[in-house]
Design a protein around this ligand. Structure first.
Ligand SMILES: [Mg+2]
Length: 246
């Protein structure tokens, strides 16, 4: 009887401890990773964004008689899911660094972001081209291409424009795609871009680029399609909200 009383007392003492442990949220970094890896909300949001982008591609195809058209996508956390890399770094208590990042890219193990495969398949079927514009180091072009291929996102007609130098900005590369002149262009083939997809504001044309129907908050959901990224980005250290727009 005495033993039972002691056991009951121990259990009564432990229950609040274990339940408070179970309810304790992970630290912010892990929480941001968990949201993208585990939450139903993230997957649903990503597919929602790509469904909207697909409607833009369908409109682009319907207007196809006006010339060639393309979609422009960022790579990381837009097409490829690098949350496994983030999780590994967090497990070891290590920050991002370029050496571990390059090693991760060489592994070619990133999965596809939810919704992107269906979107790309629709674009190709509708006759559109695909340009991947990323600030991954240009020396990582081949493993990046191979990873895109491994998850079914790559076609030989695609353009993959990584960063050769900090001077060769994403804005420069967007202009090359649109004008048909430059390394990222389909040679001598100016492109009408019907959708820009990314997870950071820098993935989208600014007003200064003077690309029709872009450069403002109103472009989002029509020509520009923004995916959530709770793991990293300029938002962690600066305010990126458009003044006057919440
Ligand atoms: Mg990205």
């Amino acid at each position: 009887m005495a033993r039972n009383i002691v056991s009951a007392a121990v259990v009564a003492f432990l229950i609040p401890l274990t339940s408070s442990f179970a309810q304790q949220a992970p630290p912010a970094r892990e929480l941001g990773i968990k949201y993208m890896r585990d939450s139903q909300e993230y997957g649903t949001l990503a597919r929602q964004v790509y469904r909207l982008a697909s409607e833009a591609a369908v409109r682009g195809a319907e207007e196809g008689l006006r010339g060639l058209w393309a979609v422009v996508l960022d790579v990381d956390e837009t097409a490829l899911d690098n949350s496994a890399y983030q999780l590994e770094r967090a497990a070891y208590g290590q920050p991002y660094d370029s050496a571990s990042w390059a090693a991760w890219v060489e592994r070619r193990e990133a999965g596809a972001v939810p919704g992107v495969a269906d979107f790309i398949a629709l674009v190709r079927k509708a006759g559109g081209r695909v340009a991947w514009i990323s600030n991954r180091d240009a020396r990582l072009t081949e493993p990046t291409r191979a990873n895109l291929e491994a998850v079914g996102l790559w076609a030989a007609s695609d353009r993959l424009c990584l960063q050769k130098s900090s001077q060769h900005t994403k804005a420069d590369r967007r202009r090359e795609v649109i004008t048909g002149a430059g390394e990222c262009a389909w040679s001598s083939s100016p492109m009408r871009v019907v959708a820009f997809v990314g997870d950071q504001m820098g993935d989208f044309p600014g007003a200064v680029e003077q690309i029709p129907q872009t450069g403002s908050d109103a472009a989002f959901g029509r020509v520009c399609f923004l995916l959530p990224n709770s793991m990293y980005g300029a938002w962690t250290t600066s305010v990126t909200r458009v003044p006057g727009v919440r």
